[in-house]
Structures are given as structure tokens and as C-alpha cells.
Design a protein around this ligand. Structure first.
Ligand code: PHB
Length: 394
């Protein structure tokens, strides 16, 4: 429905309400309107499949509730952000200022999400992050309107650093795309690895979303570290792992990563990812009823297995639902809605989690070992891991 028609309808509802002798309670007109959800996700580029998984699972949850949350229909507005930080402010403004969405949901790329946070803050629009791990989102930029249902870049990286040292490795080389997510992942890995007595001997990086890895593989072969830690995801992860195998490194220098490397990517790797050990807040084969139901429903609707991105999208919808329920669907009750979201326990397929004071999940980080197209859980790398939320004053 276009905006004018929407306004006319709201006006008509108000008039009818008055004509009925104000029998309709205040807010009834609002309750008849849909909640506008702005989905800002990548639909193209190296993270396209990640954006699709988030979108799919968010909508799956809403459909499971009969298409309404707390009595209100959900209306979607979508933008392909292309994982391009240069277009991020304009894209976010389209949703927040032009479409006047009630809640902004997005995105995958940390740099894009940082720009979204600034736009959402300007209008005090509710903003739910279903992936981007930028530490600052729940650090320096933490805010009452900003919630994250995914992770901070520090969380899986720190857990992987601890586990890598625990396996007896003493030296490591790191390699990543050179932007917030990769830089912060390397920082978290290095912190834990070196706290435990390891040494990162070389930090390598290439601009996002480059996939020319040959010079780095040559350098790694020359250095011969005990281990390599990388941050790659989506299409880039597929290319990297294939190149790592083709360079003959997989058997001589063990490769570790935040689990994005192998989540949703193993099939496309065609066996190259077999046996890779990674750390993440989701895994295959978790023994909980919610996960089993979620996986069955996702498989039935979309014809494929869900991954960590789907879980995060599903939980973004669950968190919104918690907030809306607390205010009977009346989003004008901002403070009450946010308080309910802050205090929520989310019954996630990853295992139930709560949010930290900075609005980031406090969660178990699993160790996984790739087998076929799955990442079965092999242990817990860090239990109830809470991001340090550096710089958050909330
Ligand atoms: C990020 O940019 O924060 C990011 C992107 C892809 C992932 C994880 C994190 O898989």
C-alpha cells in the first residue's frame, strides 16, 4: 500500500472510531496497521546466500505465528545493500526516512551495519542486527534502540584462539579480508592465542571482497607456522578453502577459523572443507528440541538445511516478537518494549540465550569439525561467552 492510501486508511479508521462514540480504544487504529519491517540485507555479491538465509528464516518465524506478531500484520520493505559500505547510509535512509519503517533489520557486513547504526540512532528507530559482528555495535555505539541476535566478531575468534593454543600449536599466521570483521576476528584470536602462550608471527590481509589468495598461500608455505587462522565467509570462503587445498597446505599447516568459513559453504567446496575445525555459536547435531523443529520447518519450506545465518534471522524475529508482546503490539511504548527485549530469554535453535547489558548474546561457542556438508559439534570452546563491550556506557 502506498503512503497516501495508508494515511487515508488510518484517518478513516480514526473517524469511524469517533463516530462509534470512541468505543474503539486509543491505539486501535495503529493496531490495524502493519508493523513495517525494513530488511536491509545483501541479495548480490559474496554474501548473497547469507542475506537470503536471514530473510528466509525471519519470515519463517513470522509465518509460524500466523503472519502476525502480537496481533499485528508484518509488512516488509527490502533493500539489497550489496555489502557495500559506500551505499549504506543512503540505503538505510531509504528505509528509515522514506519508507518510515518501524524496525530496521540488517545486515551481514560489519561496515554496512555500522552506517545503519548511525542512521537508526538519528531517528531512534529500533534496529536489530541479525549478523554483522562489528564489536563497536555493542561497544562504543551501543544504544537503547540497537539489539544484536548474532555475535560480536570477538566471540568466536577468541574461542578459536583459546582452542588453537589448547591443541598445542605455538605459532600462527592470520589472514583475512581487511575490514572491521576480519580485523576484529584476528584481534580476538590473537588475544586468546597469545594469552595461552602462542605467538601470531604474521598478520596478512587483503581488501574485501578480493579472492586472489595465491601470494598469501606462497608466504604461508614459506613461513611454515604451526597453524593458520582466517576470517572468510560466503563465496570468498569457498574460494579460499579450495585454494588452500590446491596449494597443498591443508595436510601440512592446519587451518582454523571462526565457523563462518564452513557454515553454508561446505557443499560448494566439494569436499575441500572436510575435517576443518572451527568455532561458532551454532553447529549441526545440537541436542535440543527447538533446533530439531526449526531445521525440519526450514528444510520443508526452503528445501535446504538452515545455517547459522538462518538461526540469527529466526532469532531476530523472535526478539521482535518478545518486544511487541510486552506492549500488546503498541510500538509507541518504546521504553517498555525495549526493556522487554533487553530482558528476554530467546529460545534459539543454537540453545537458549540472554542478552548482555550492551544487547549482545551471551552464548556458548561450539567447536565443530566438518564432515560431509555438516559441521557437527565436537565440544564447547567457550561456555556462556560474554563480549567485553568495550566503550559501551549504557
Ligand atoms: C561481518 O562483516 O561482520 C561478517 C560477515 C560475514 C560473516 C560474519 C561476519 O559470516
Amino acid at each position: 500500500m502506498n503512503q497516501n492510501r495508508q494515511q487515508r486508511r488510518t484517518l478513516m479508521q480514526a473517524v469511524v472510531g469517533l463516530a462509534m462514540g470512541a468505543l474503539i480504544p486509543l491505539g486501535a487504529a495503529q493496531a490495524a496497521d502493519p508493523v513495517k519491517v525494513g530488511m536491509m540485507l545483501p541479495a548480490t555479491g559474496t554474501f548473497a546466500a547469507l542475506g537470503t538465509a536471514i530473510d528466509n528464516a525471519f519470515k519463517l518465524y513470522v509465518e509460524e505465528q500466523g503472519g502476525k506478531l502480537a496481533g499485528r500484520e508484518i509488512q516488509y520493505f527490502a533493500v539489497d545493500d550489496e555489502s557495500d559500505p559506500a551505499k549504506a547510509t543512503e540505503n538505510a535512509n531509504r528505509l528509515v526516512t522514506r519508507d518510515r519503517v518501524d524496525v530496521l533489520v540488517g545486515t551481514v557486513h560489519s561496515g554496512v551495519a555500522l552506517a545503519m547504526a548511525r542512521v537508526a540512532r538519528g531517528r531512534d528507530t529500533l534496529f536489530i542486527v541479525p549478523n554483522a559482528g562489528a564489536d563497536d555495535l555493542t561497544g562504543q555505539l551501543c544504544a537503547p534502540n540497537l539489539f544484536r541476535t548474532s555475535f560480536s566478531n570477538w566471540q568466536p575468534a577468541y574461542a578459536m584462539g583459546k582452542a588453537t593454543a589448547g591443541m598445542g600449536h605455538k605459532t600462527a599466521v592470520t589472514l583475512t579480508w581487511n575490514y572491521a570483521a576480519g580485523q576484529e576476528a584476528v584481534k580476538g584470536f590473537k588475544q586468546a592465542f597469545e594469552e595461552a602462550g602462542g605467538k601470531v608471527v604474521k598478520e596478512l590481509a587483503t581488501p574485501f571482497p578480493n579472492v586472489e589468495f595465491q601470494p598469501f598461500l606462497t608466504e604461508i608455505a614459506a613461513i611454515k607456522p604451526d597453524a593458520v587462522y582466517v576470517f572468510f565467509a560466503g563465496g570468498g570462503a569457498v574460494k579460499f578453502v579450495k585454494d588452500y587445498v590446491a596449494a597443498g597446505l591443508k595436510d601440512s599447516v592446519p587451518l582454523y577459523s571462526s565457523g563462518f568459513l564452513t557454515d553454508g559453504t561446505l557443499a560448494a567446496m566439494g569436499g575441500a572443507g572436510e575435517g576443518l575445525v572451527t568455532a561458532l555459536h551454532y553447529a549441526d547435531g545440537l541436542d535440543n528440541a527447538k533446533d530439531k523443529a526449526f531445521r525440519a520447518a526450514y528444510q520443508a519450506k526452503y528445501g535446504m538445511a538452515p545455517d547459522v545465518y538462518a538461526v540469527q534471522g529466526y532469532d531476530a524475529a523472535q526478539l521482535l516478537h518478545k518486544g511487541l508482546e510486552a506492549v500488546g503490539g503498541d510500538m509507541s511504548k518504546k521504553a517498555e518494549m525495549r526493556a522487554a527485549m533487553r530482558g528476554a530469554t530467546i529460545d534459539s535453535p543454537r540453545g537458549a540465550f540472554t542478552l548482555s547489558k550492551a544487547h549482545n548474546p551471551v552464548q556458548d561457542i561450539y567447536l565443530r569439525k566438518a564432515q560431509g556438508n555438516l559441521n557437527p559439534v565436537s565440544g564447547i570452546a567457550a561456555a556462556k561467552l560474554d563480549d567485553p563491550a568495550t566503550g559501551c556506557n549504557m
